[in-house]
Design a protein around this ligand. Structure first.
Ligand SMILES: Cc1cc2nc3c(=O)[nH]c(=O)nc-3n(C[C@H](O)[C@H](O)[C@H](O)COP(=O)(O)O)c2cc1C
Length: 224
């Protein structure tokens, strides 16, 4: 028996089982898949102002046309502010259009969203320091997608909203002289959403048995 045999056995015994440490975070593909437009949020999971700040912080690292950095952000997570925004945004336009075209369409398959009790309770309102132009809109898109991916990384979900009342977004302090561009709703999703291959002729998202399906074109269809 080697001199230090017992010490070695004792060390092996003391050492906890080696844990597999996964390096790095989730892949971009998995974040993109989970980054679905969400129109129903849990009221049991509040989003804090600190979390909204962390999401907005991605804007200090992203591309910007001529590096103009002309976007500004208002954080809303108080009940009164959230109620004001919920009254000023529209969700699920395709379902509204379907109900208007066919009033007999089953309500469950084209519901008025958000469903009662699932309204978002936290928002980031995005403004421009100048009027909208193509460069600012591209900056806005980069910002919205970057913030949404950050939210997903944090276990949250978002909805980018462009159908909203501009005046209402100018009623918040500190927004004087700014131009409202978009609203990002943030929260924990209560929806079940799946991507499906897009069939010829229809890009419309749809619902069946309470599940939201989003048709996407496959790679071969978008290569030219
Ligand atoms: C620029 C932009 C504006 C949008 N505006 C709204 C909106 O006002 N209301 C809404 O319910 N969804 C809005 N959406 C969400 C789209 O409907 C959604 O991206 C689309 O149905 C595809 O679903 P997905 O994001 O899960 O892939 C918007 C998306 C983008 C990119």
């Amino acid at each position: 028996m080697a001199d230090n045999y017992l010490e070695k056995r004792f060390e092996e015994f003391r050492q906890p089982e080696k844990k597999v440490v996964r390096k790095g975070g989730p892949s971009l593909d998995s974040l993109l898949l989970r980054n679905r437009s969400t129109r129903g949020f849990s009221h049991g999971r509040a989003v804090s102002e600190e979390e909204l700040r962390r999401i907005v912080e991605v804007n200090t690292k992203i591309a910007s046309s001529k590096n103009q950095q002309a976007l500004r952000f208002k954080l809303i997570c108080d009940p009164e502010g959230a109620a004001r925004i919920n009254a000023a945004v529209k969700m699920g336009a395709l379902f509204r259009a379907r109900r208007a075209a066919d009033p007999s369409a089953p309500q469950q398959d084209c519901p008025d969203l958000p469903l009662p009790g699932t309204e978002p309770q936290a928002f980031i309102v995005i403004y421009g320091t100048h009027t909208e132009d193509a460069s600012l809109d591209i900056d806005l898109g980069i910002s919205l997608q970057s913030m949404s991916l950050k939210a997903v990384e944090m276990g949250l979900n978002c909805l980018m909203i462009r159908a909203f009342n501009r005046e209402a977004m100018l009623s918040f302090p500190g927004t004087e002289g700014l131009y409202p561009l978009a609203v990002l709703a943030v929260g924990k999703s209560v929806e079940r959403i799946f991507l499906v291959p897009r069939a010829e002729g229809s890009q419309d998202y749809y619902r069946q048995d309470g599940i939201h399906y989003v048709p996407k074109l496959p790679l071969e269809k978008i290569l030219v």
